[in-house]
Design a protein around this ligand. Sequence first.
Ligand SMILES: Cc1cc2nc3c(=O)[nH]c(=O)nc-3n(C[C@H](O)[C@H](O)[C@H](O)COP(=O)(O)OP(=O)(O)OC[C@H]3O[C@@H](n4cnc5c(N)ncnc54)[C@H](O)[C@@H]3O)c2cc1C
Length: 410
Amino acid sequence: MNKISKILILGGGQAAAYAAKEIRSIDIKSDLTIISEEKYLPYERPPLSKDYILDKVTFDDLLFFPENFYKENKINFIGSTQINKVDFDNKKISSSLKNYDYDKLLIATGSTNRHLVISGKTILPEENIIYLRNFEESNILKNKINEANNITIIGGGFIGLEIASSAVQKGKNITILERASQLMGRVIPLEIANLIQDKHKAVGTKIHLNADIKDIKKINNSYEINHNNQILSADLIIIGVGSLPNTEIFQNTSLKIDNGIITDEFSATSIEDVYAAGDVSNFYHPFYQEYMRLESFKHAQNHGINAGKNLIGQKTSYNKIPWMWSDQFNLNLQLTGICNNYDATAQRGSTLEEGIIYFFLKNRKIVGACGLGVGGKIGRDIRLAGKLSEKKTKVTNELLSDKNNKLNKI
Ligand SMILES: Cc1cc2nc3c(=O)[nH]c(=O)nc-3n(C[C@H](O)[C@H](O)[C@H](O)COP(=O)(O)OP(=O)(O)OC[C@H]3O[C@@H](n4cnc5c(N)ncnc54)[C@H](O)[C@@H]3O)c2cc1C
């Protein structure tokens, strides 16, 4: 393998950290640098809406790797540096203060919060209107939740629901406004969405589906939200209405972008020596033979590792079966595979105590599975469902729905 002199990783999140680790496990000579607009070393985001809000973990618990890992592995971390210009022809990226040259570049800029738009007006964050993506925002959010009484959460997706779960546990009154007719979007089976909804309602959270927000008015220190011609008052508004790939700085370049940076199964972009991984990438998945963009912890990690391998010359196809989770109250939701293209379903389990899993089948093979249960009840079967899916094992409804049939014996 030729010696690679300069590797730059743009973005300092999970994909970046794991790509750097992987590169160093193969090559120790190159000059390897991560550049991030955040001042912190790469850290886990999932606890920002859950355990961090509930003071169950500290910032140090969130770090993927401690500071000396970067020192020992000669991974330079340049924080508090936003890259705002890229020049692929001259292999250079720039902040407002400095240019950085590269031989190989990995883009791992993640995603950014989608802003709520009401009647053409974009609702930007302000003192008591909060969006959550990073550690700073989680700190602000935690303090604001502590001070607030009536909180409205706009968006009944994973992040909105996780924050609702955390805030209720702090004794707050919560209302959730969701534009769609079910929580968590259509990738989650309606039955599971309804179980989650029941759990939130059981602790007093008000949930309005099909919510059409007409206006948000600030009145003294609180807000009046007009939805479906009802007025709701809130002293804190939290917005979680989805996210967008962080591709703005590449808009006027030749980099191919379509709902994220287009990458092939080797994490390579349309530009030579430029790779992309994690939330920002719309990648070709050879197993499903389609492009997809995922926003999930495990994917960011695995995709970062894959990009690291390929960038350093170990050509490796990325074909991991997708997997993600969400924790709300004592419930754990997990999703594996893809659940939107199926011809049959099977249900395993009927109570949350034992765990309930819906399998999605196509031509008698599992293409996806989504489960919900108390604590870790569904973890093992979801993992096995992923394996059966990967192996394209033929199954039947009867095999899957009878809990006496162990999935690892199929
Ligand atoms: C609150 C929250 C809760 C979550 N909970 C779960 C969960 O329960 N389960 C799950 O599976 N997934 C969860 N996720 C998703 C998961 O955390 C993400 O998929 C993962 O962090 C993506 O990693 P990434 O490295 O692609 O991007 P990111 O982690 O977003 O990192 C990108 C980094 O690049 C930096 N950057 C962007 N542009 C520039 C620039 N121009 N210059 C310099 N730096 C730049 C960003 O500031 C950021 O630090 C959650 C996400 C959030 C925000």
